[in-house]
Design a protein around this ligand. Structure first.
Ligand SMILES: [Zn+2]
Length: 234
């Protein structure tokens, strides 16, 4: 299986005003409690100044397509592992902001609530940190299961492999969606939004290339996907 991919570095220096920006928004909201929020403020991740920030000039479509001569199952496995590692890293960096107090339920774009499906198939509402724990443990278990993601040369991938990869992509998408919806101001304060944008653009492009993401699931973030599409022309 392939190793970790990293993005060639490309950073724009204009980050000086971001730290004050969200406190300005908060102050405006406090002063104008009776005035409905302006949509662009509700979705700060759509602001052009943030959408335009990424960490690489590389075309994410080129990064996603199956290399000539590569086995597709192997390609899916190596990329799934890398996406998991990168999303886990980003999510861990935000863990101090994502607590049972700030996120008693797991909210996503459009204010949807993501429920975890337990072992009995029952849908359970839980806090975002718990949902993250469930998600990452579930994926980690699959990725380290030799029967599902074989590492020995010549080992076959199991029947139903694609379905499991789709499940992993569903959960990873929700992790990213929660970060955009609930923690974007925290992400900007930490100057991590260029990383998140690049990772998200690559993740969605890869997911679409191999039909790993359902349209119904990605629809609430379609505005962001379109904005990143025109930005990165993928
Ligand atoms: Zn959260």
């Amino acid at each position: 299986m392939g190793g970790c991919h990293s993005y060639p570095s490309k950073r724009k220096a204009d980050t000086s005003k971001k730290r004050v920006e969200f406190s300005e928004i908060s102050r405006q909201k406090l002063k104008n409690n009776n005035i409905p929020a302006i949509p662009s403020l509700e979705k700060p991740y759509l602001r052009q100044r943030y959408v335009s920030e990424c960490i690489t000039d590389m075309d994410v479509k080129t990064l996603s397509v199956l290399p000539k001569g590569m086995d597709e199952a192997e390609w899916l496995a190596s990329n799934t592992i890398t996406f998991f590692k990168n999303i886990n890293l980003l999510s861990s960096a935000l863990s101090e902001f994502c607590t049972t107090r700030t996120c008693p339920t797991t909210r996503g774009p459009g204010d949807v609530t993501y429920c975890w499906t337990d072992d009995q198939g029952k849908k359970v509402r839980c806090s975002a940190p718990l949902y993250t724990d469930y998600t990452m443990s579930y994926i980690q278990e699959l990725l380290t299961d030799e029967q599902v993601f074989p590492t020995k040369a010549g080992s076959a991938f199991p029947r139903g492999y694609l379905f499991l990869v789709q499940r992993i992509f569903l959960y990873l998408f929700r992790m990213l969606a929660h970060l955009y919806w609930a923690h974007f101001p925290d992400i900007v304060r930490m100057d991590l939004h260029p990383h998140l944008n690049t990772l998200f653009a690559h993740f969605v492009t890869f997911g679409r290339e191999f039909e790993l993401l359902e349209l119904a699931e990605t629809a609430p973030l379609e505005d962001l996907i379109s904005a990143l599409c025109s930005q990165y022309r993928y």
